[in-house]
Write a protein that binds this ligand. Structure first.
Ligand SMILES: Cc1cc2nc3c(=O)[nH]c(=O)nc-3n(C[C@H](O)[C@H](O)[C@H](O)COP(=O)(O)OP(=O)(O)OC[C@H]3O[C@@H](n4cnc5c(N)ncnc54)[C@H](O)[C@@H]3O)c2cc1C
Length: 490
């Protein structure tokens, strides 16, 4: 195990992380950019698998930015996963299963987001997948996942996603939007807020019109309540829902499908900022647990900044602007902000972030999240897919006196598997917190623990790790710190 010292480490090479690296390098900051994937780009600039098909427009844009990052002199480490963090130290697992410890004077966390999972009967059947998964199949492998595809969820992206699938030749049999049809007032507010980024509004309108032209039915106030089939999904039961997304009895109907793509928005990957002890708050519309930040992207922990979808889901433009601002702030905090008018640079970047933040809020208001969707699971529905824990087992634990998500986890093992609660955590939290009427500020989630991402056991056990006694001490100190709960939420 080796120990590295760096001025600035950026975790995540999506639009936010790459923008942060470019900005920091502009000011001469020694910068290390880490990503667990094989190429830079994150979600939106995902690179295609090798093959004859031309890359998508997004992939081409991503490649140009990634080349700029490489040319900027930033050190780039791909296939490198940050699995632990304490203070200003990071534990990373590299592609060759070796382990490294990195000390950084400043850390920018730009870890992105993942699809918000919603458990309902049949959600574990083959053919039921997240929109992110289907998007990756189409954009990187050029594979359309089925012949009769239902897209269900909520938010601006499901329309654009359904249109993208259709363009790739998919038969999209319907799009279900759980929220009610947007009011004229909400659309007017969105248009006003969108003046700062008209391209976003035009792109959205184009996708919407495309689906209408292709006669793909878009139904508001509808969710999928059940997926059925022998070995894979063959039928979807859908129902009308109220404003809280609770199904209205007597409105159920069925559709023949072979694929269901679920796009209920995203949850912020805030595991690392939680592990570092940054203060967080809970907000469904932003993507769950969100690090508190000042206007310059600083978290409550000195030297740690959080940007992009991992600090509140807001799309690629906002992610990029926040990344640039954090890169400039880190340079300023290191005493390295360069340029004719450094203060002006930061002010301009702050104003751009504020404008895009207004657009994000207007979009979120268009499709307010309804917690009723967390009640779709039946007693026999598997909620924790890794440990195969059912809704009935979760409810039994709560009935037996487990009143926190962590207590339910300890008794049932929900959240202890490979995905570390990414699939079931939000559901368990809703079961525990929503019925008790817990306010957002009192809400409790799973305590985050290292490793936050799956890593080979050899990373922890192999000789190279044990050779370095300080590495062992560090790992022990980190787990002790977690036991005492110092890395928790507000
Ligand atoms: C299906 C789909 C369609 C979309 N369409 C649009 C669209 O049309 N327009 C739009 O504006 N936005 C769209 N988005 C959203 C857009 O992709 C995100 O807003 C944007 O990518 C966020 O950028 P980011 O840098 O914050 O995070 P990401 O792009 O998610 O990048 C985060 C990076 O961090 C890395 N990472 C995370 N954790 C670790 C770790 N522990 N160690 C090492 N690396 C780590 C990941 O590998 C990833 O590369 C779409 C998203 C999806 C899933």
């Amino acid at each position: 195990m080796s120990a590295l010292d760096r001025d600035l480490v950026i975790i995540g090479g999506g639009p936010a992380g790459m923008a942060a690296a470019l900005e920091a390098r502009r000011h001469g900051v020694q910068t290390l950019l880490i990503d667990e994937r094989t190429s830079l780009g994150g979600q939106i600039y995902r690179q295609p698998a090798p093959g004859p098909r031309p890359p998508t427009r997004e992939a081409r844009t991503g490649r140009v930015i990634a080349d700029e990052v490489a040319a900027s002199g930033a050190e780039i480490r791909l296939q490198t996963t940050v699995w632990g963090a304490t203070g200003n130290e990071l534990a990373v697992a590299c592609a060759d299963s070796s382990c490294a410890r990195i000390r950084a004077r400043k850390i920018i966390v730009a870890a992105g987001a993942y699809d918000r999972p919603i458990a309902f009967p049949g959600w574990t059947l083959p053919g039921v997948m997240t929109a992110g998964c289907a998007h990756a199949l189409v954009t990187t492998q050029h594979v359309v996942p089925g012949k009769r595809i239902l897209v269900a969820g909520s938010g601006a992206l499901i329309v654009s996603f359904a249109a993208q699938l259709h363009r790739h030749g998919a038969n999209v049999v319907g799009v279900l939007e759980a929220a009610t049809r947007p009011t004229v007032a909400a659309v007017t507010r969105l248009i006003a807020a969108g003046a700062s980024a008209p391209s976003v509004l035009f792109a959205g309108a184009r996708q919407f019109t495309y689906l209408r032209r292709k006669r793909v039915p878009l139904r508001y106030s509808h969710v999928i309540v059940r997926a059925t089939g022998d070995r894979e999904v063959s039928e979807a039961a859908i129902a009308r829902v109220d404003r809280d997304w609770q199904p209205i009895p007597g409105t159920e109907e069925t559709i023949d499908v072979d694929t269901v793509c679920l796009g209920y928005g995203f949850l912020s990957s805030s595991e690392l900022t939680r592990l570092m002890g940054c203060a967080h708050f809970y907000d469904d519309s932003l993507g769950g647990w969100i690090p508190r930040r000042d206007a310059y992207m600083r978290t409550s922990v000195d030297g740690v900044y959080a940007v992009g979808d991992g600090a509140g889901v807001g799309g690629s433009l906002l992610a990029e602007s926040e990344g640039r601002l954090a890169g400039a702030t880190a340079a300023r905090d290191l005493g390295m902000l360069a340029g004719a008018s450094p203060t002006r640079t930061v002010q301009d970047l702050t104003r751009r972030v504020e404008r895009l933040e207004r657009l994000r809020r207007a979009l979120a208001n268009l499709f307010p999240f309804g917690t009723g969707v967390y009640q779709l699971a039946k007693p026999e529905t598997i909620v924790c897919r890794c440990e195969e824990v059912t809704q009935a087992q979760l409810l039994a634990a709560i009935g037996a006196g487990c009143h926190t998500a962590d207590a339910v986890k300890s008794i049932t093992r929900a959240g202890m598997g490979y995905c570390q609660g990414r699939n079931c955590g939000v559901h368990v939290e809703a079961l525990v917190n929503v019925p008790s009427g817990a306010l957002a500020q009192d809400r409790q989630g799973f305590r985050t623990r290292a490793p936050v991402k799956p890593i080979p056991i050899s990373v922890l056990a192999e000789e190279r790790f044990q050779e370095d006694p300080t590495a062992r001490e560090w790992a022990i100190a980190m787990s002790a710190r977690q036991r005492t709960g110092r890395s928790s939420e507000e």
